[in-house]
Design a binder for this molecule. Structure first.
Ligand code: CP
Length: 314
């Protein structure tokens, strides 16, 4: 297989793509980033291709970013949100998707609360599936845009030290980041309260640090995550106030460091809980660069997978 082709027809998770796929996405995204900074931001690459964005869970960044990426590539776009749809009348996922596909849709971008929903779909329908987040499992395009943004800021990630801070247990961003960063040769630590660190996470080749100040002193980049209260049926931390006290990233912590550090966050930020405003808005932060890069990275994913449209399932 050529190095200019993705190894898969779908993007179900970072776990299932290769290092070559990731580098191919990055190289393609660099070209698209240059294009979308021109006065005329649109290219005809996906003209006559129809993409359905199916969001069964809330989103601001990912939904808008995919839609803009599709429109910049000249695709036809349809948007579906579970709220206000016939899902509320009991329609199954497969019935919903098959009905939408019968209107001649070529590719599906989907966010769904059930881990593995995309695998299920990919075994039942014959279009490209792109995972825009599946429950607590993976959020592959977020990890790609995170790594792309890190690379842009600090260069080749091989040997670089990255810490992922916060609610690792419930975070699809954490898992996709770990897979992506390890494939690119970075050293990865996770940091958070013991109750929010999965028991067997070291099997993924990451180290655990429970002390936020030690984690910040070690790393080149801190990717700070949100506490996902909506996915927590039991109490994992005594209170948000205590979480913030022990794990919130504060300006005074950065001022004490003897080296440069990059602060990232996938959004949405809970200001004053995992990240203080004077950190989120500081010169250390590349949070809005992440959002900007998301469009170019998603354009690259859509463009490369569209090239695999007529191939057998892989
Ligand atoms: N980062 C991210 O997935 O944000 P949204 O939930 O707003 O899409």
């Amino acid at each position: 297989m050529s190095n200019l082709e993705m190894s898969t027809k779908h993007l179900l998770g970072i776990k299932y793509i290769t290092q070559n796929d990731i580098n191919l996405i990055f190289n393609t995204a660099e070209n698209f980033k240059e294009i979308i900074n021109r006065p005329i931001k649109k290219v005809p690459s996906l003209r006559d291709i129809t993409i359905a964005n199916l969001f069964f869970e809330n989103s601001t960044r990912t939904k808008i970013s995919f839609e803009l990426a599709e429109k910049r590539l000249s695709a036809d776009v349809v948007n579906f949100s579970a709220s206000g749809s016939s899902v509320k009348k009991g329609e199954t996922l497969l019935d919903t998707v098959n009905n939408i596909l019968s209107m001649k849709v070529d590719m599906v971008v989907m966010r769904h609360p059930a881990p593995g929903a995309h695998f299920f779909l990919s075994n039942h329908v014959d279009v490209n599936i792109i995972n825009a987040g599946d429950g607590t499992h993976e959020h592959p395009t977020q990890a790609l845009l995170d790594a792309f943004s890190m690379r842009e800021k600090i260069g080749d990630l091989k040997g670089k030290k990255i810490v992922i801070v916060g609610d690792i247990l419930h975070s699809r961003v954490a898992l996709s980041n770990i897979f992506c960063l390890k494939k690119l040769g970075a050293h990865v630590k996770v940091c958070g309260p013991p109750t929010l660190i999965p028991k067997h996470i070291s099997a993924l080749g990451v180290e655990i640090e429970y002390d936020i100040e030690k984690a910040l002193a070690w790393c080149d980049v801190a990717n700070v995550l949100r506490i996902q209260l909506e996915r927590q049926n039991t109490k994992y931390i005594p209170s948000l106030r205590e979480y913030s006290l022990h794990y919130g990233v504060k300006k005074k912590m950065l001022d004490r460091l003897d080296h440069e550090i990059v602060i990232m966050h996938p959004g949405p930020i809970n200001r004053g809980i995992e990240l203080d405003s004077d950190v989120a808005d500081s010169e250390h932060s590349i949070i809005l660069d992440q959002v900007e890069n998301g469009v170019a990275v998603r354009m690259a994913v859509l463009y490369l997978l569209a090239g695999k449209r007529n191939l057998a399932k892989s």
